[in-house]
Design a protein around this ligand. Structure first.
Ligand code: R1P
Ligand code: URA
Length: 242
């Protein structure tokens, strides 16, 4: 069966998938795998398959924002994917986890619009504990700072006239903000599969992103390299326990 939006034959998909926003990052992840091949590039969704230590892995870009990413997650799950790991970027809430650090998201604050249309807001967006453990262990095997904790998922990237809720979530102990993890965790829970996420911090969330956002630095590239390595190793670890 061919998935109508990803344009991938489900027979080519694997139980493990690594997902990320950027189609170029999907290619960079695939380049680290053995026997990698591109399956499709439809809209923002670029799909590869390959292997790490003999474990087959699908890699797909999901674009920016929860609604588009949700389409990707739903189709992957429909196609037989059982474990999804997001490899993303996020803005930091704390100088204790500065740009260049990695954060494993244990749960996401649902400040997105998409998941409210799926399930009541009281329902939590939580990662799978085994996926979090594997990601944390694998990330700690790389050089550099690693933290785990709650992240915030927002729809808006650049601020309008409304205040962003950064200060209250920072005071509540959240570590970072990005734009898709709540969709991933809610959809994974509703559909009965596992999910986790690792993000590379690319700046401070409460800065004026219109002025300062620049993820194209050596510090951020180094952190993205580390998170890719950690996500691939985490899949191999999880496969060893399944
Ligand atoms: O680097 P990715 O995976 O795209 O993640 C973050 O970067 C994008 C914003 O620039 C949003 O998608 C956000 O969640
Ligand atoms: O949503 C995002 C993603 C990366 N960096 C940010 O500050 N915010």
């Amino acid at each position: 069966m061919k998935l109508s939006i990803l344009q991938v034959d489900t027979a080519d998909l694997t139980p493990y998938a690594i997902v990320c926003g950027d189609p170029f990052r999907a290619a960079a992840i695939a380049a680290k795998l053995d026997n990698a091949r591109e399956l499709a590039f439809s809209r923002e969704y670029r799909t590869f398959v390959g292997e790490a230590s003999g474990v087959p892995i699908t890699v797909v870009s999901h674009g920016v924002g929860s609604p588009g990413a949700a389409v990707c997650f739903e189709e992957l799950i429909k196609g037989g994917v059982k474990t999804l790991i997001r490899v993303g970027t996020a803005g930091s809430y704390s100088a204790d986890v500065p740009p260049g650090s990695l954060v494993i998201s244990t749960a996401a604050v649902r400040e997105d619009g998409l998941t409210r249309q799926l399930v009541p807001i009281a329902f939590p967006a939580v990662a799978d504990a085994d996926v979090v453990r594997a990601l944390y262990e694998a990330a700690c095997e790389t050089e550099g700072l690693v933290a785990k904790g709650i992240t915030v998922t927002l729809d808006a990237f650049f601020q309008g006239v409304e205040e962003f809720p950064h200060q209250k979530y920072k005071r509540a102990g959240a570590l970072a903000v990005e734009m898709e993890i709540s969709a991933l965790y809610v959809i994974a829970t509703l559909r009965g599969v596992r999910a986790g996420a690792i993000v590379a911090l690319d700046g401070y969330a409460d800065a004026d992103l219109r002025e300062v956002y620049n993820p194209h630095t050596d510090v951020v590239s180094g952190a993205i390299e580390r998170e890719i390595e950690a996500a691939i190793r985490a899949v191999v670890k999880l496969n060893g326990c399944d």
